[in-house]
Ligand binder design. Structure first.
Ligand SMILES: [Ca+2]
Ligand SMILES: [Ca+2]
Ligand SMILES: [Ca+2]
Length: 321
């Protein structure tokens, strides 16, 4: 079985386990989410949008807005418009911005969705399996989309990149700096990462405060480490013809930062961490095409590759290109 599929399947398993865990743990204690009267009366209309404001009745239930009033807080904007543009549908504008997407707490959101589904009748014990499974699948999808939005780096801002020239010596200078960064600061770390990160991640669930803080420290240290790598890369002059590869490397490193940061906050948002853990496992593979492109371009441009074992290895692996 290809490893990506294996990872995906184990990831789905993780999602199922986390949802079950949350369902058990939070639904009983989370009494501050009020059942939405309209949804209780008409549980099967959860996908309808009675007031045409762009939010389905179930989404209204999640946001605690009124499914019969298109502008719950009366500030002149539809509930759906407010949510889509990052504004709070329960707080009149203009000072009603919701937290930035990267600050979204996915665990809180999924708990609220599950509570909404529970009160709407989609997720109670006597719900028909079909409805129950669809509600769970919808919530998983929402969670995965939120994960993509919060754990994927923004587009690279080219205006912040320092450029050198495309002369042979400028390209080789660039390669030596970047080659050293990859070999010294990234490679060793990444080879061990999936295994060590998995162990450290499991510390969070031991309920042993010493081990939990060890886990937090591991992921915080890694966040800082990759931030330093990013700073080094950002201060390295880039030959214009290497821009695409440079952006790929920056994006790989930003992915490492964002996901390690999420993992260091596992206690506050365990579901976001489950998604971050799965990203971390695949980041190792995502970096391979970057290395291959880099090696290919070294050959195309007849440049001297950076010194070091990693480069001899990559060079021999890509000798067919
Ligand atoms: Ca609506
Ligand atoms: Ca509404
Ligand atoms: Ca508002």
């Amino acid at each position: 079985m290809p490893i990506k599929i294996k990872i995906f399947i184990s990831f789905l398993g993780l999602v199922a386990v986390s949802l079950a865990y949350l369902g058990l743990k939070n639904l009983k204690i989370d009494s501050n989410i009020k059942p939405n009267q309209a949804n209780i009366n008409a549980p099967l209309e959860r996908d309808a949008d009675w007031d045409n404001d762009g939010l389905t009745n179930r989404e209204e239930s999640y946001w605690n807005t009124d499914p019969n009033n298109p502008d719950t807080d009366g500030d002149g904007y539809l509930d759906g418009e407010e949510v889509a543009s990052g504004h709070d549908p329960l707080k009149p504008g203009p000072d009603d911005k919701l937290p930035a997407p990267e600050d979204l707490n996915i665990t809180d959101k999924v708990s609220a969705l599950m509570a909404a589904g529970y009160y709407a009748g989609d997720l109670s014990t006597d719900t028909e399996p079909e409805v129950y499974n669809k509600a769970l699948a919808d919530i998983s999808t929402e969670m995965i989309l939120d994960g993509i939005q919060t754990l994927t780096p923004n587009d690279i801002d080219v205006a912040k990149i320092i450029f050198s020239s495309d002369s042979k010596s400028a390209q080789e200078t660039y390669l030596n700096v970047v080659g050293t960064i990859i070999q010294v600061d990234l490679w060793g770390q990444l080879v061990n990462e999936p295994r060590v990160a998995g162990i450290k991640f499991s510390e969070f669930f031991t309920e042993n405060s010493q081990r939990v803080s060890d886990g937090e420290r591991y992921f915080t240290d890694n966040t800082n480490h990759y931030q330093q790598v990013l700073d080094k890369l950002n201060s390295t002059p880039v030959p214009p013809s290497w821009l695409d590869i440079h952006k790929q490397i920056l994006s790989n490193v930003q992915t490492l930062i964002i996901n390690h940061k999420a993992l260091s906050q596992t206690n506050e948002d365990p579901l976001k961490s489950v998604l971050a853990m799965s990203n971390l496992i695949s980041v190792y593979q995502d970096i391979q095409p970057t290395l291959i492109n880099l090696t290919r371009k070294i050959k195309e441009n007849n440049l001297n590759p950076p010194n070091g074992q990693l480069w001899s290895l990559v060079n021999s692996l890509t000798s067919g290109f």
